[in-house]
Design a protein around this ligand. Structure first.
Ligand SMILES: [Zn+2]
Ligand SMILES: [Zn+2]
Ligand SMILES: [Zn+2]
Length: 162
């Protein structure tokens, strides 16, 4: 009779380790792969600091929300899921780059037929930032050379070693 009484680890406690690498990059947030370059930015408006607010209705059909902003002429037009006025605008004017006023503020190029990465493409970043502030009332969480602006005493639990 073998007595193996010493090892008494409970085999029922199986620890499932979840992969959470994606948390660092937000890869799970439904973000479609976006292009990091686009050759169709020459016609972008030179004054994207002043843009219509995100609740501007479609200029053609008055569709009230989730419209697109043409980044060439700042026209606000509805999506292909409504009356396709942004798409028509592209066909009429060849203005190919538009920013979505829906919650993800994605930028689409009709010629590339792809989303553009506003964090990487420097010409798109200012308007993305402006729109984000208009929509959410705060600056987007870019991680850049402009490091942690610690606001007042909001640092809270975070201790920052300098
Ligand atoms: Zn393009
Ligand atoms: Zn419309
Ligand atoms: Zn346009």
């Amino acid at each position: 009779m073998a007595n193996q009484g010493t090892s008494s680890s409970t085999p029922l406690e199986i620890y499932v380790e979840e992969e959470d690498d994606s948390l660092m990059f937000g890869a799970e947030s439904g973000w479609v792969e976006a292009r990091t370059s686009c050759d169709h930015l020459a016609s972008l408006s030179s004054d994207l600091a002043h843009i219509p607010t995100p609740d501007t209705p479609c200029n053609r059909c008055d569709h009230p929300s989730e419209n697109w902003l043409c980044l060439s002429c700042k026209d606000v037009l509805c999506s292909r899921f409504v009356n396709k006025h942004m798409l028509q605008h592209f066909h009429q004017t060849n203005h190919s780059v538009a920013l979505s006023y829906s919650s993800d503020l994605s930028i689409w190029c009709f010629i590339c037929d792809a989303y553009l990465d506003a964090q990487v493409i420097s010409q798109l970043r200012p308007v993305y930032e402006t729109t984000y502030i208009l929509k959410f009332g705060e600056a987007p969480p870019f991680r850049t050379a402009e490091l942690t602006k610690v606001k007042d005493d909001q640092a809270g639990a975070k201790s920052i070693d300098s």
